[in-house]
Design a protein around this ligand. Structure first.
Ligand code: ADP
Ligand code: MG
Length: 261
């Protein structure tokens, strides 16, 4: 079982879209997948066809160790993967966890109990470097960073890269920056091409080969409670995410690089 955080401390950059579509793409090519929704907005939950308002148990109960993942997860037949859902209750976890032991290791412990049930766990992180995100980073083997190729995207990236390095050094020696995923890409925009070139110069093979185009079907799909890959499998966005799922499977089959993060 390989565990990946989809993280970027900015909101609206495509984290949730990446999480649900990569999950659906991986499921389509036969992988067993669990999404852990760590964002109190619950967008990955709703976007996987699971009603966040009707959940008896959520990731909140798992973080507080009052439920296991086996008890709290939902299987979404339409999308072909499992979801450990979230809703607004999760916003309180930050405060509830503060005084507790192993407060940054709660998710890691819970995931160990399901390690033979999944090939991939994808953790959709909130847009902050909070205790919730830290639980994600402490559980994961790698971080996937979706980003738009805009000028300010590069600026925020160094904070995230530093956080990953710190967590790697102090809390989770397994953690690696797996890669940067260019999303909402429009090749006609010169600035996007330039930023994309800069990314490749600075981050080399940490930039995924697959590029996710800006595609209206990916944006429409959440209102139907589905990932774009399921909502319109023939759309350009869906096909790109299937390619990305294949690229991820290839990456995890390669040996880990000697130099971390
Ligand atoms: P985050 O989880 O980082 O806040 P989202 O995945 O929710 O970001 O994406 C923000 C918005 O952009 C959403 O409305 C989503 O539907 C839209 N979006 C994301 N990726 C694409 C894309 N490739 N093409 C078009 N719209 C996209
Ligand atoms: Mg989101």
């Amino acid at each position: 079982m390989r565990i990946f955080c989809v993280a970027n401390q900015k909101g609206g950059v495509g984290k949730t879209t990446t999480t649900v579509n990569l999950a659906a793409g991986l499921a389509k090519i036969g992988q067993r997948v669990l999404i852990v929704d760590l964002d109190p907005q619950g967008n990955a939950t709703m976007g996987s066809g699971v009603d966040k308002r009707a959940l008896p148990l959520t990731v909140y109960d798992v973080l507080l160790e009052s439920a296991s993942i086996a008890e709290a997860k939902q299987h979404s037949e339409q999308v072909g993967y499992d979801v450990l859902g979230a809703n607004r209750e999760l916003a309180g976890a930050e405060v509830d966890l503060v005084g507790l032991e192993r407060r940054d290791r709660r998710l890691k412990g819970a995931l160990e109990a399901v390690s033979d049930q999944y090939d991939f766990v994808l953790i959709d992180c909130p847009p902050s470097l909070s205790l919730l995100t830290l639980n994600g980073l402490c559980s994961a083997h790698g971080v996937l960073v979706p980003m738009q190729c805009e000028y300010f995207a590069l600026e925020g990236l160094s904070d995230l890269v530093n956080t990953i390095k710190q967590v790697h050094a102090n809390l989770n020696p397994d953690l690696q920056l797996i890669g940067l995923l260019r999303v909402m890409f429009d090749p006609r925009i010169t600035l996007q091409q330039q930023v994309s070139d800069q990314l490749k110069t600075h981050f080399a093979d940490k930039v995924f080969n697959t590029v996710i185009p800006r595609n209206v079907r990916l944006a429409e799909a959440p209102s139907y409670g589905l990932p774009g890959v399921v909502f319109d499998p023939a759309s350009k966005g869906a096909l790109a995410f299937i390619d990305f799922a294949r690229e991820m499977v290839e990456r995890v089959q390669q040996p880990a690089p000697a130099v971390p993060a």
